[in-house]
Design a protein around this ligand. Structure first.
Ligand SMILES: [Zn+2]
Length: 452
C-alpha cells in the first residue's frame, strides 16, 4: 500500500466509550492495552484532549467537520437535526483530492436513519449493526485489513469505528476474567440499583453477568472489552507495517467519549460532563514527526484542521471552530486554546467550560418553550452551576461554586461570551434549548424494556 502520492494514508480507529484512564499509556494499573501502549511509544499521546460534544453522534460529527456541535446543531445522539449539506466532512475532502475513502461504521445503519451524514464522502461505506457478546470487532477489523491490502495506488482514508468497550459489556474468554479483582470496587451494586431500580435492574440484567452483584466484575468486563479492542488496534498497526505503508500513514486512535463508574452518580454509561466522560484517549502517529506527550488543552474540533494540514487538503470555505495542532506539535508555539466547551443534550442537557485548572458545568433545566429538561434519571434538575478546581480535586467531587464566586463569575462570563459568538455565527437560537433531549429517561426506558 506504499503509495506514490505525496499525501499520506489517513487511518482513524475510533473506540466507542473508551475511558482514557483505563489504558496503560494513561496510567492504568492493569495491562488492558499493550498494543495501544506500544503505539503510544511511536505517537503523540494527548493528555488533555476533550470531546466538544457527547455522546457518539455529536462527538464524531465534530471529529469529521472541525466544527463545534453549537455550529453544526448536532448536539445530541439520534436527535432530529441533520448536518447541513454545505458542511464538508473529512472523507469528502479526502475523496476530492484522490483518496480512496472507506468507512466501517454503524451510525447510519443503527441511528434510526438519523445519522445519514456519516456516510457522506465514502467510496465504500460498510455499515453494520452493533452486536455485543461476540467477536464483532475482529470481523470489522478483517474488513479494514482487506481495504488496507487492496488499495496500492491511491492514498487510503479509513475510518474504523469499533463499539467496544460500549455497553452491554460482554468480552469473550479469557478477557471476561483477566481483570477481575473480586470486591475491589468502591461501590455496592445493591446501592447502585437503588438509585433507579427500574433502570439498573433492566440495564445490568441485560448483560447476563456471571457476578452481577460485584461492581468490580462489571468494571472488569469493561476492561476486558478494552483488551479485545486493543488487540484489533495491534492488527491494524502490524498490517500497515507489513505492507510497507507505515512511513506513509497517519494513524489516529481515539475515543468519542469515556464512561462513568460513579462520577456524578452515573454508572456504566456516559452522560454528564465530568472528565470521566469528556476526556478522550487520543494517540496520533504522524510520519516524520517524533513521538511524545502533549499536555496542552485540545478539543476534538482541532483534529479536522490538523489532518487537513498534514494531508494538504483544502480548507472549507467557512471558518472552523478548531485549529491545527501542527504548530504545537512542531514546537512553533506553546499556546493552545484557553478552554474547551463541551455540550450534551441526549439524556440530560448541560454545557461545560473546561480550562486546564477549572471546570464550570451549566445545567439546562428547561427548553425554549419552558418545558422541563429532567436529568439522566428523569428527575428535576438543580439549575445552579457547578465549579470544580481540577488541580485540587481531579475527580470533580467537591463543587466550589459557593466558595469561589469570583472564579465562577469569570467562567460564566467566558461561557456567555462564547454562546453569544456561536449564536452570531449561526444566526440561530441556542441549539440545546431549541431541540431539547433526544433520549429522555422515559423514552430510554421504553426502548430498554422493548428489547427484553
Ligand atoms: Zn459513543
Amino acid at each position: 500500500m506504499t503509495n506514490n502520492n505525496t499525501r499520506p494514508n489517513i487511518i482513524i480507529v475510533a473506540l466507542d466509550s473508551l475511558r482514557a484512564d483505563h489504558l496503560g499509556c494513561y496510567g492504568y494499573h492493569l495491562n488492558t492495552s499493550p498494543e495501544m501502549d506500544a503505539l503510544g511509544q511511536e505517537s503523540v499521546v494527548f493528555d488533555a484532549a476533550f470531546a466538544a460534544g457527547i455522546p457518539t453522534m455529536p462527538s464524531f460529527t465534530t471529529l469529521l467537520t472541525g466544527l463545534h456541535p453549537y455550529r453544526t446543531g448536532i448536539v445530541s445522539h439520534i436527535g432530529q437535526r441533520r448536518l447541513a449539506e454545505h458542511v464538508q466532512t473529512l472523507p469528502e475532502l479526502a475523496r476530492e483530492r484522490g483518496y480512496v475513502t472507506v468507512g466501517i461504521d454503524n451510525l447510519v445503519v443503527q441511528g434510526e436513519g438519523r445519522g445519514s451524514w456519516f456516510a457522506r464522502g465514502y467510496d465504500h461505506y460498510s455499515g453494520y449493526l452493533y452486536r455485543p457478546f461476540g467477536d464483532q470487532d475482529a470481523r470489522l477489523t478483517d474488513r479494514a485489513l482487506d481495504y488496507i491490502e487492496e488499495y496500492t495506488d491511491a492514498p487510503l482514508f479509513l475510518f474504523l469505528h469499533l463499539w467496544s468497550p460500549h455497553t452491554p459489556y460482554g468480552p469473550q474468554p479469557p478477557n471476561d476474567t483477566r481483570f477481575y479483582e473480586p470486591g475491589s470496587a468502591p461501590y455496592d451494586m445493591a446501592e447502585v440499583r437503588k438509585l433507579q431500580p427500574d433502570y439498573y435492574e433492566s440495564f445490568v440484567n441485560d448483560m447476563k453477568l456471571a457476578h452481577p452483584e460485584d461492581y468490580a466484575y462489571l468494571v472488569a468486563q469493561y476492561d476486558g472489552e478494552i483488551a479485545q479492542a486493543d488487540a484489533q488496534v495491534g492488527r491494524i498497526v502490524r498490517a500497515l507495517k507489513q505492507r510497507g505503508a507505515w512511513d506513509d500513514s497517519v494513524l489516529l486512535v481515539l475515543s468519542d467519549h469515556g464512561e462513568c463508574f460513579g462520577e456524578g452518580g452515573f454508572h456504566f454509561d456516559h452522560h454528564g460532563l465530568y472528565d470521566a466522560v469528556t476526556r478522550i484517549a487520543m494517540l496520533m502517529r504522524l510520519p516524520g514527526r517524533g513521538p511524545g506527550r502533549c499536555g496542552a488543552l485540545v478539543s476534538t474540533e482541532d483534529i479536522f484542521p490538523t489532518l487537513t494540514a498534514v494531508a494538504d487538503l483544502p480548507a472549507p470555505p467557512y471558518p472552523l471552530t478548531g485549529t491545527s495542532l501542527l504548530p504545537l506539535l512542531d514546537g512553533k508555539t506553546a499556546e493552545t486554546r484557553p478552554y474547551v466547551v463541551s455540550a450534551e443534550s441526549t439524556r440530560q442537557a448541560s454545557l461545560a467550560l473546561r480550562t486546564l485548572e477549572h471546570k464550570l458545568v451549566l445545567p439546562f433545566t428547561e427548553d425554549s418553550t419552558g418545558a422541563p429538561l429532567p436529568d439522566f434519571y428523569g428527575r428535576p434538575r438543580d439549575p445552579a452551576p457547578l465549579l470544580f478546581d481540577l488541580r485540587a480535586d481531579p475527580d470533580e467531587e467537591h463543587d466550589i461554586a459557593d466558595d469561589a464566586s469570583d472564579k465562577l463569575a469569570e467562567l460564566m462570563g467566558m461561557l456567555h461570551t462564547w454562546r453569544m459568538e456561536m449564536a452570531e455565527a449561526t444566526g440561530e437560537p441556542d441549539p440545546i434549548q431549541a431541540q431539547g433531549l433526544s433520549l429522555s429517561f422515559d423514552r430510554f426506558m421504553e426502548r430498554l424494556l422493548a428489547r427484553r
